[in-house]
Design a protein around this ligand. Sequence first.
Ligand code: CO
Length: 218
Amino acid sequence: MKHLRDMNHTDLHHTLLANNAEWSARMRKENPELFTELAKHQNPFFLWIGCSDSRVPPNQITGTMPGDMFIHRNIANVVVHTDMNLMSVLDYGVNVLRIDHVIVCGHYGCGGVKAAMGPEFGGPASSWVSHIRDVKRIHDTELAVITDEEKRFDRLVELNVAEQVYALSRTAVIREAWEQGRKIHVHGWVYGLSDGLIKDLKVTRTRYELEIGGVDLR
Ligand code: CO
C-alpha cells in the first residue's frame, strides 16, 4: 500500500475514505454484531486524557476497540480546571458513562512539554503551554540538578503527567465521586515514541489527599 506521503495532494482524503470502506467491511466480516451493538449504546471502560500528537493514537497503542475508550486529547495532556471541554468530558465520562478508570497518558518527546522548556513564542499555543511552565516551576529544584537536557525533558514529561493526575484528583467531579464511595482510579502513564511502550508512573490516585494549612501533603 502506498504511504500517504507519496500520494497526490488532491487524492489524500480519498485514500482515507477508501481505507474506511475496507475497514468497515473487514470489521463486519470479523464481528457481524459489532456495529449493531455500538449503534445502540456506548459502555466504555476507560477515560483517556492524552496528547493530540499524531504518534500517540490511544486505541491503536492499547489494542482497544471502538466503544472501549472515551477520549479527550489536547496539547501535552493538560488538565485545566476552567477548561469546559475537558470538564464536560470528565463529567459525562464519570457521571453518565460511569467510568471508573481515568488515564492521563503523556509521551516522551512531547512538543508541548519541550516548548515549556524554551522561551515564550506567542499565540494561543504559548498560553496553553504556560500551564506546563507552572509544572516546571513547581519542580524546579528536582529538575535543576538534572544536567543532561534529554533526561531533564523526559523527567518534565513524567512530572507533567503526575501533576495532571493530581489536578484531576482535585476536580469536583472526581472528588464528589470518591465522596459517594465510587472506586475511581486515576492513573498516570507515559508512552515511549521510540519503542511504542507505555510505562506506568505509579502515581495512581484512588482518594482525595487532605490538605492541611494550605500545604499539599504530596
Ligand atoms: Co505531546
